[in-house]
Design a protein around this ligand. Structure first.
Ligand code: PMP
Length: 356
């Protein structure tokens, strides 16, 4: 077989996908991936390194990361049997869609949102049904409900706070949607520590609700690749069957347990980042931008007709932000995440000079 013949044997749905790719770019100030700007203290890292040195590498990790699930259970108040951990919340989204989506299923996605949902749903051959956000980029609850009614049995993916807009679903929004939705609902809460309604209390009442979360954002563990899902134990046990065995390596498992023993550090950083976000929001609102969207996450999206010049100007000044202008409804939009106080000041200075 030649290369062309081989390429044609790759699933058509996969071939049709647009690559999800982030160019590796070097900037001294990195505000483009919604990471926590604070690394973990050296004493904690050294303690973990010591564990990694003493732990044999030729042995598999635990079949079930029991202690980590126990700690997550204490942290979330969800029973251990309703928790599944994986290689980033991306892996959790993958196993969820592998279990719930197929060529006969509709997947409802509120656009604009995190690109991976569309990628996975399309790659698995499911049909995407998009519901647009409102013009002000808040969630359009009546449209979500009406799409859900139109496609009973569909998988509804909600992201709150939503990436890239920062918009959130309120408690009554989530309850209204769940009361009407006849199908699974995946609620992605990658940024929940920064704001929005934490729907954990609804898990008891709605076995069709599954929440995904991550260590990559507020917990400052993006390099670890660790995420988890929360759901009804019987549902989670079914989804567990398609998850790869040993998907969490012993290093990540151990680090996550350690981080969960330092939640007060995370809480302090979150408080700081929320204050910085609100300060940055007021600053952006004082500039001649076309729109600045309120955010409950650790990032802010704004619209600027001079988007390219502004993006390039930031880059020339060593600051990397994210161009999200190709997302639906996001023409001329840029997204910046909150950094350290110095990083935020540097960003503000560049913008002030740009508009001077
Ligand atoms: N969900 C959302 C909304 C995200 O923005 C991201 C990462 N940018 C993820 C999930 C995936 O995060 P991770 O795999 O690092 O847990």
């Amino acid at each position: 077989m030649n290369l062309n013949e081989s390429l044609l044997l790759i699933n058509e749905k996969v071939r049709s996908l647009k690559k999800y790719h982030l160019e590796p770019e070097i900037s001294s100030i990195k505000l483009n991936q919604n990471e926590n700007p604070f690394d973990w203290p050296m004493e904690i890292k050294k303690e973990i390194a010591q564990f990694c040195v003493s732990r044999p590498w030729n042995r598999y990790p635990n079949f079930v990361p029991d202690q980590l699930q126990e700690k997550l259970s204490q942290y979330t108040k969800v029973p251990k049997s309703g928790i599944l951990v994986g290689n980033g919340s991306n892996e959790m989204l993958l196993v969820l869609l592998l279990s719930l989506a197929n060529t006969a299923r509709n997947v409802i996605i509120c656009q604009p949102t995190f690109t991976v949902y569309r990628l996975l749903a399309t790659g698995l051959g499911a049909t995407e049904r998009s519901v647009g956000l409102n013009a002000d980029l808040t969630f359009n609850i009546p449209d979500i409900v009406s799409c859900s009614k139109q496609y009973p049995g569909s998988v509804l993916i909600l992201c709150s706070p939503n990436n890239p807009t920062g918009s959130v679903l309120s408690e009554s929004d989530v309850k209204t949607i769940l009361a009407e939705h006849n199908g699974f609902c995946i609620l992605d809460q990658a940024y929940i520590e920064f704001g929005g309604y934490n729907a954990i209390e609804l898990l008891d009442k709605f076995p069709n609700l599954i929440i995904t979360r991550t260590f990559s954002k507020a917990f400052g563990g993006a390099g670890l690749r660790l995420g988890y899902m929360l759901g009804n134990p019987e549902i989670v046990s079914q989804i567990n069957k398609i998850k790869l065995p040993y998907n969490v390596n012993f290093f990540s498992e151990h680090v996550a347990q350690t981080l969960l023993s330092h939640t007060s550090t995370v809480e302090k950083q979150v408080e700081f980042l929320i204050n910085q976000r609100d300060d940055l929001l007021s600053f952006l609102n004082s500039l001649p931008l076309d729109n600045v969207y309120p955010s409950s996450a650790n990032f802010i999206m704004f619209r600027c007709r001079e988007k390219q010049a502004l993006f390039d100007n930031c880059k020339q000044n060593g600051i990397l932000i994210r161009d999200v202008s190709s997302y639906p409804l996001c023409e001329n939009c840029l997204r910046v995440n909150v950094g350290t106080e110095q990083e935020n000041s540097a960003f503000k200075k560049v913008l002030k000079n740009f508009f001077a």
